[in-house]
Design a protein around this ligand. Structure first.
Ligand code: FES
Length: 338
């Protein structure tokens, strides 16, 4: 049994099956609603029910307090519908967002590589192409692991029937331990996607500054490969932070891109280079490399950040001190798959 849900103020109508949440149905029909955690704890997906019957589901009492429930608010990631419904959502979709529908896929592992001592490159072949925007992520299901885990796509959208993921081993983390220790070529996995609002604002001018740390290189890699393959002429700079030379992965790829494209600059930064006496590159944190290169003047540009929270915080501070507005800084959040 399905019911229709009308989403105001955009006037979109979606069909929601009995066992589907409003959010699942919207994403699968290419309608973007704001969300983050996806399981009723953060409150990002709160919407107002204007008309019809809705079951609030497993919404946390902290994310949806009693007075909000009384006012008819629900969390779209938990709520199921019991009649045709009209909701009002706070939707602010960027014009550069392409909004492809989320679908389920089966994928076969083709290759697992050692990118660094702590990061594996996982390559999958999809049962059919997935249309996505560079910078987005998938939800991957793993045997024996409770719930799916989010991983950013590192391949560009032109490689639509492949998936490349960079997976850092999180000590004690069930999903990343499984990928590092048990997964092997030939294994089949289920995944869904694409998800996420981290993408290049193609219509906006200015240099593109990418600041990446750890396995956070995946989204910037997809975005940069996509931009360069499409002949984007803006100045693109990748600052890649790592602890030491062994942790600095895919360096050859970016050095080759920098040689082949006048508008692409690659600046790796090592924050613990003492044991690498041959290292001639930048020594220090990646945000310090960006400050030095831009002489702390970032105004008029766009910055895309992906990496561990302390790196993101330090980069935001440096960029804003260098006169970059908050609205020109984009970052990937909630990608802490363990
Ligand atoms: Fe976090 Fe719904 S997305 S509560």
């Amino acid at each position: 049994m399905t019911h229709s849900v009308t989403i105001e103020p955009i006037g979109e109508q979606i069909e929601v099956e009995e066992d589907q949440t409003i959010l699942q149905a919207a994403l699968r029909q290419g309608v973007w609603l704001p969300f983050a955690c996806g399981h009723g704890t953060c409150g990002t997906c709160k919407v107002q029910v204007v008309d019809g019957d809705v079951d609030v589901g497993d919404a946390s009492p902290f994310a949806l307090i009693d007075v909000e429930r009384d006012e008819g608010k629900v969390l779209a990631c938990c709520a199921t519908v019991e009649s045709d419904v009209t909701i009002e959502a706070d939707i602010d979709v960027d014009p550069d967002f392409e909004g492809y529908p989320v679908e389920d896929y089966t994928a076969t592992v083709t290759e697992i590589t050692d990118l660094s001592p702590t990061i594996k490159g996982l390559h999958l072949k999809l049962d059919r192409p997935m249309t996505f925007q560079a910078g987005q992520y998938i939800n991957l299901e793993l045997p024996g692991v409770d719930g799916p885990r989010a991983f950013s796509l590192a391949n560009p959208p032109s490689q639509a029937d492949e998936v490349e993921l960079h997976v850092r081993l999180v000590p004690g983390g069930a999903a990343t331990t499984y990928i590092h220790e048990q997964l092997k070529p030939g294994d089949e996995l289920n995944l869904s996607g694409p998800y996420g609002q981290f993408f290049v604002r193609s219509s906006q001018p200015g240099d593109l500054i990418f600041i990446a740390g750890g396995s956070g290189l995946s989204s910037p890699q997809s975005m940069i490969l996509d931009l360069l393959a499409n002949g984007d002429e803006r100045q693109i700079t990748l600052f890649q932070g790592a602890r030491n030379v062994p942790e600095l992965y895919n360096r050859d790829l970016f050095e080759t891109l920098a040689r082949d494209h006048d508008n692409f600059t690659y600046i790796p930064a090592l924050n613990d280079a003492d044991n690498d006496p041959d290292w001639k590159g930048f020594k220090g944190f990646v945000h310090e490399a960006a400050k030095e290169h831009y002489e702390s003047r970032f105004a008029g540009n766009k910055a895309y950040l992906c990496g561990p929270p302390p790196m993101i915080d330090a980069a935001i501070t440096a960029l804003m001190q260098g006169r970059l507005f908050e609205r020109d800084i984009f970052m990937e959040k909630f990608l802490t798959a363990a």
